[in-house]
Design a protein around this ligand. Structure first.
Ligand SMILES: [Mg+2]
Length: 152
């Protein structure tokens, strides 16, 4: 069977970064946000929790014979430690199903595939060749709705 390629974004899709961000004083967050540097808040990517249902959903997709799964995320260029932390997060929470399946890119549109689950259209997500499933919207507010739609 020809498997469909599906990409999973990290922040706001698999990873609950908002929870970590909200732990900082609002004035600090505002400052980092203004510079588009919110991912560079100190230790922001040090072991954030997964989004509710994300790990179960990811495993379901990986174990289905319909889908070939990859993680497609962007890490800040000026914060190279976040690249490592993302790699560590993937191993800790997604385990063997994610082995050598992490892609970090600022040009998500260059990845070939059928579906991209992403909460934003930034870094090429909006120009992805397949179908963008925009996570956190009215249509796809959470993992149940994505599972319902793609039926792994
Ligand atoms: Mg995101």
């Amino acid at each position: 069977m020809n498997k469909k390629i599906i990409y999973f974004d990290m922040d706001g899709v698999l990873v609950d970064l908002a929870q970590k961000i909200n732990a900082f004083p609002p004035a600090v967050v505002e400052q980092f946000n203004a510079l588009d540097m919110v991912e560079q808040l100190p230790a922001i990517f040090l072991d954030p929790d997964p989004i509710a249902g994300a790990v179960d959903a990811f495993n379901k997709f990986c174990e289905s014979d319909k889908y070939d799964c990859y993680i497609l995320s962007t890490a800040p260029w000026d914060a190279p430690w976040v690249w490592t932390q993302k790699r560590e997060w993937v191993e800790k929470y997604l385990g063997p199903n994610a082995y050598k399946r992490l892609i970090l890119s600022h040009n998500k549109n260059l990845c070939k595939g059928d579906y991209l689950i992403d909460d934003r259209t930034k870094n090429g997500a909006g120009e992805f060749e397949g179908e963008l499933i925009q996570f956190g919207t009215e249509e796809f507010p959470g993992w149940d709705s994505v599972l319902n739609y793609l039926k792994p």
